[in-house]
Write a protein that binds this ligand. Sequence first.
Ligand code: NAD
Ligand code: UDP
Length: 311
Amino acid sequence: MKSIVTGGAGFLGSHLCDLLIEKGHEVICIDNLVTGDTRNLAHIESDKFKYIKHDVTKPIYFGDKIDFIFHLASPASPVDYLDLPIQTLKVGALGTYNMLGLAKEQGARLLVASTSEVYGDPLVNPQPETYWGNVNPIGPRGVYDEAKRYAEAITMAYHNHHGIDTRIVRIFNTYGPRMRAGDGRVVPNFINQALKGEDLTIYGDGSQTRSFCYVSDQIDGIYRLMMSNCSEPVNIGNPIEMSILEFAEEILRITGTDSKIIYESLPIDDPKVRRPDISRAEEVLGWKPKIDLTEGLKKTIDFFKSNIEPF
Ligand code: NAD
Ligand code: UDP
């Protein structure tokens, strides 16, 4: 089996490369390093692994047969995609178009990494895949949310019109080792603030909710989805929902730091609630998360203790 992982030098992509190698796949990682880092791949010794530096908004061709394309390339942290609005729109649109073209030429199966952000600031909680969402297309987060909605739309069009074998995973907040310390997401921010004895910065009053999934559970779900026969979108995330204030308190408890909590302004269009309905993943993939928050956070904190400086 030969697989391509776009965005393979990033957080999720590098863990997916590890799993695919473990499963015996030949793996080609394609990444332009806009938010990723080859240090995430430095531990890989397999001669079945190859890294290509390439921007997937530009076409790429392969002589050898490709079986699976995991299309994960995209800035993912709100701070990153607000810094890179055009690249984010281009990778969701042109990048997905190019990878679908490659899948068509190769007869490969393609999985696109979508997001809970397709539900926007949801008016339904928890969010089932049948919910159409509440996205502000012209707000600052629209560059990411709409890029991913377009990516889903073009993927379904290639599936229905050209018969391409496709999968759509809607990834909910996922955390773990190899997140970039400076990527601005709440997990690396709070952990690094706590480890440095700095105040934890809650945006807004901390009543907004998220549901945090550990990386090994997420990667297991993505792999199962690719190997399933389900072409409908599938939510993969942990359904245990908590407020950001509760999350900050959990980080203070586990790290045992003297850091305090401070409050800063809430970013525009920051979703007020988020929790996946994972009934479809349970039914179709036999998947549900295994790692609880305390265990996952301890592993992540250990990673950041040895990687305290941002990449
Ligand atoms: P990340 O920033 O760590 O990884 C993204 C990778 O994509 C980086 O290595 C980056 O360099 C690469 N990339 C970006 N644009 C590219 C381009 N044009 N060409 C080639 N490579 C490019 O982010 P992540 O958390 O690993 O996210 C991976 C995927 O999962 C993204 O598509 C993201 O939208 C999706 N996702 C992640 C989460 C999460 O909680 N981690 C949640 C929802 C969706
Ligand atoms: N957040 C926060 N402090 C931080 C970083 C984020 O309070 O230092 C909040 C953010 O406003 C959001 C939640 O934590 O409500 C999750 O933010 P993140 O950037 O991790 O991802 P999102 O779920 O918004 O895509």
